[in-house]
Ligand binder design. Structure first.
Ligand SMILES: NC(=O)c1ccc[n+]([C@@H]2O[C@H](COP(=O)([O-])OP(=O)(O)OC[C@H]3O[C@@H](n4cnc5c(N)ncnc54)[C@H](O)[C@@H]3O)[C@@H](O)[C@H]2O)c1
Length: 466
């Protein structure tokens, strides 16, 4: 009897192996089949005594002492912007390329600010996090170090500001959430696109009900990065971004498109992303580019780039709304983050053509002069406060400065941050979730509830002011 059962098992295994071998894209998730959304990884229970950090308030910090880790293209700009913010002291500058630290020191010098302590060792970020004269660790390295540094910073009593994406895997998303909840430290993902002028105006309009009930939103990161990804002379440090395109297939950079839409939809403030489906086109653009730039027989042309050129992910929220978010960094297309908002009373879109349409004449976009007047009327109060200065300091037209200004303002006044650790986890989680869905022919996958039930505690996104 025992051997009969064993033979049956062997036969069953052989059958399954044959089926798997004949499938072009074998499913990678275990468990029974079915049509419902699947859980990629279970939600860990919140440890006893730990509470959520929805609208977390921390003691005000009069002068925010900042350490910058990673001073490449993005980090060096951040140092410059921070040199214009009142109530900030830049205490440490860290990059493994000594010239980058020097360059940042020169920025301070030109701005008449004292020299900061310089660090160039690969693990010096740990030493910096251990210092007792740092309040905020600002992470601008390549993606792989984002979560490790942010977690280490919070564990050592610092607030963490992390470039996008804050995390690369669901495990890292949970690590950020657990650490922020346990340490009661802020962890803000530096999603600057939430602070762009049109985006802020549409947030204000949505909150004032101009679009009616929000039904659908679209966002994207469509940005031809082929030149930079294949730049051997060093746009990106050691070509880190190319490696991610070689290794993963999904939406590798979802936060720019998602961020502003999620705030308009009050995600984890009354609604939450429930599940998604995701599909990628094949990869064409990177190989073609590599062939043309380096030759048919070059190493780059022969490499495998897993990332399909165009990834389209569609999210359904618990409240019944939908969000589409796209990613394409491999084709010659005009830059676009789409930023489209559609509701029962109106519609707005930023790319490829900016326009707003409202009832009762929403069949067409309103004339430009009318739209400009409306945008002026609904200019966000934060833009009113700091928009002109932001345009002068710069950073993607000013939005980067508004983001920095707001982070420092909230820290100095002990206010909840505009973007919290759940935003960081939710928006970054689309990387692995889309990947899992793509691997499984667009299978619906559940978006974890990183708030573990606290998403209904508040009903709207608030950018606090004293
Ligand atoms: N929000 C935005 O609009 C925006 C725009 C550009 C880049 N970014 C993000 O900013 C980050 C940096 O991008 P970038 O374009 O500046 O890339 P980059 O390659 O120019 O910069 C990365 C820097 O990290 C440094 N580094 C590497 N290992 C280090 C270590 N152990 N310790 C300290 N420094 C280390 C490198 O020397 C390099 O200077 C990325 O996460 C990217 O996604 C965001």
């Amino acid at each position: 009897m025992k051997s009969l059962t064993t033979s049956f098992r062997v036969l069953a295994l052989c059958f399954l192996a044959t089926v798997a071998a004949n499938c072009t894209t074998p499913p990678t998730l275990p468990g029974p089949g079915g049509f419902g959304a699947r859980e990629v990884s279970p939600t860990p229970p919140r440890p006893p005594g730990q509470t959520d950090v929805i609208e977390l308030r921390c003691p005000p910090i009069e002068t925010v002492r900042v350490a910058f880790i990673g001073l490449g293209m993005r980090g060096s700009e951040a140092v410059n912007r921070y040199s214009y913010i009142e109530g900030v002291k830049i205490v440490a500058l860290c990059d493994v390329v000594p010239a980058n630290v020097e360059k940042a020191q020169n920025v301070l010098k030109e701005r008449g600010l004292p020299k900061a302590d310089g660090y160039t060792g690969p693990d010096d970020w740990k030493t910096i996090c251990q210092r007792n004269d740092v309040d905020l660790v600002y992470v601008c390295t390549h993606w792989d170090l984002h979560t490790p540094i942010a977690v280490y910073a919070m564990e050592h009593g610092k607030h963490a500001a992390v470039e996008v994406p804050a995390a690369l895997t669901l495990q890292q998303c949970w690590q950020l959430v657990e650490t922020s909840e346990r340490t009661r430290k802020h962890c803000m993902q530096l999603e600057n696109c939430n602070y762009d002028f049109f985006e802020m105006a549409t947030l204000n309009m949505a909150q004032k009900g101009l679009f009616g009930q929000i039904v659908h939103g679209e966002g994207a990161y469509i940005h031809d990065l082929r030149g930079m990804n294949f730049d051997e002379k060093g746009s990106y440090w050691q070509m880190w971004r190319l490696r991610h395109n070689q290794a993963r297939n999904g939406n590798l950079y979802p936060t720019h498109g998602l961020g502003p839409i999620c705030h308009i939809m009050n995600i984890h403030r009354g609604d939450r992303m429930e599940y998604l489906v995701s599909i990628s086109s094949n990869q064409f653009g990177m190989t073609e580019y590599a062939r043309e730039k380096f030759g048919e027989t070059s190493d780059y042309a022969k490499r495998t780039y897993q990332c399909g050129d165009m990834n389209t992910t569609v999210v359904k929220t618990q409240g019944g709304k939908t969000i589409m978010v796209q990613h394409d960094v491999a084709n010659p297309r005009p830059y676009s983050r789409i930023h489209m908002v559609s509701g029962t009373k109106g519609f707005a879109q930023k790319w490829p053509l900016q326009g707003i349409a409202l009832e009762p004449s929403a069949h067409e976009f309103m004339p430009k002069d009318k739209m400009d007047a409306l945008l002026a009327q609904y200019e966000h109060p934060i833009v009113k406060e700091v928009g002109e200065k932001a345009k002068k300091v710069g950073g993607h037209g000013g939005m980067d400065f508004i983001m920095d200004y707001r982070l420092v303002y909230c820290l100095r006044n002990g206010l909840p941050l505009d973007e919290d650790v759940y935003d960081a986890a939710e928006w970054s989680s689309l990387i692995e979730l889309s990947e899992k869905s793509v691997e499984n022919q667009g299978m619906p996958v559940k978006v974890p509830d990183f708030t573990r039930g606290s998403w209904q505690k508040v009903k709207t996104v608030t950018y606090f002011h004293k």
